[in-house]
Design a protein around this ligand. Structure first.
Ligand code: NAD
Length: 265
């Protein structure tokens, strides 16, 4: 399985290069960065602190999609949409970890998935994939008098809020309740907000330090509170899940797949 990485010099990109180099059954097809990135031309092995890999970082995404069976993309929304077009043009599978995608962006990815296989997940860790299933079940079991609040914390460099994972957990809770998250989402509270609206799903965002990703979903009612939490200790867990998804998608027909599909849940 020839796997390519776009955004190879990024925090996740470097983790992904390391993971592909260390994975049985995976060959590193190459990696790209945007034009002007200072790491362009560097050997991918030494870039991530390993032995030379004999492949260098380029800005030629089309050549990477032509050479790879699957490409893993943890970059930024505009870049991911351009990469989805290349995936369709070259019939390459695309694994998307980028967050901060709008509803329109998701619709464009779904369109691309009618032509080539895509695995899209806001969180490639096993723990969070399981957590989302638990949240859906708990939300479906507890009545509407249980308020749902989602708290997340990430490192100070993160540019989107609430995190893609927090939103995915919110969607799981809304699914469990049989409602659309867009109609019950309350992500901004500041000043005189008035009392909490029954049925809302609230979000609180914390940013600081080097926190990889903490998420807690709270179910609160009179005199009782249930909290389900996940804490990520290293970005390696996301890279491991994404490479597992790339290996899994080999030979699959066009379609939009999730980590539930990859893990057979
Ligand atoms: P980062 O800023 O360190 O890395 C992003 C990289 O993409 C940068 O090096 C940037 O130069 C590169 N890039 C941007 N446009 C490009 C283009 N057109 N072609 C090639 N490279 C391009 O950010 P990060 O911390 O690695 O996170 C990247 C994304 O992954 C974010 O959206 C983040 O929220 C998401 N993320 C998802 C998961 C998950 O499990 N789904 C886990 C962690 C991070």
């Amino acid at each position: 399985m020839r796997i390519g990485i776009v955004g190879g010099a990024g925090r996740m990109g470097q983790m992904l290069i390391r993971e592909v180099l260390g994975s049985k059954g995976a060959i590193l097809a190459g990696a790209t960065e945007r034009p002007g990135n200072p790491a362009l031309g560097r050997d991918l092995g030494t870039l991530v602190g390993l032995e030379p890999a004999g492949v260098v970082l380029t800005d030629d995404a089309a050549a990477l999609f032509a050479a790879a069976d699957a490409v893993i993309d943890f970059t930024a929304p505009a870049a991911t949409l351009a990469h989805a077009d290349l995936a369709v043009a070259h019939s390459t599978a695309l694994i998307v970890g980028t967050t901060g995608l709008s509803a329109d962006d998701h619709a464009r990815l779904a369109q691309a998935a009618t032509k080539t296989p895509l695995v899209v997940s806001a969180n490639f860790s096993l723990g969070v994939t399981l957590l989302a299933g638990l949240v859906r079940k708990v939300a479906a079991t507890l009545g509407p008098d249980w308020d749902i609040e989602i708290v997340e914390m990430h490192h100070k460099h993160k540019v989107d809020a609430p995190s893609g994972t927090a939103l995915a957990l919110g969607r799981a809770a809304a699914d469990g309740r049989g409602v659309d998250l867009a109609t019950v989402k309350d992500a901004v509270r500041d000043g005189h907000t008035g009392a909490r609206k029954p049925g809302d799903i609230g979000f609180a965002t914390l940013r600081g330090g080097d926190v990889v990703g903490d998420h807690t979903v709270m179910f609160a009612t009179e005199a009782e509170r249930l909290e389900l939490s996940h804490k990520a200790g290293s970005r390696a867990i996301f890279a491991r899940g994404a490479v597992r998804a790339a290996l899994w998608v080999a030979g699959k027909p066009a379609g939009l797949y999730s980590m539930d599909d990859v893990l057979g849940l």
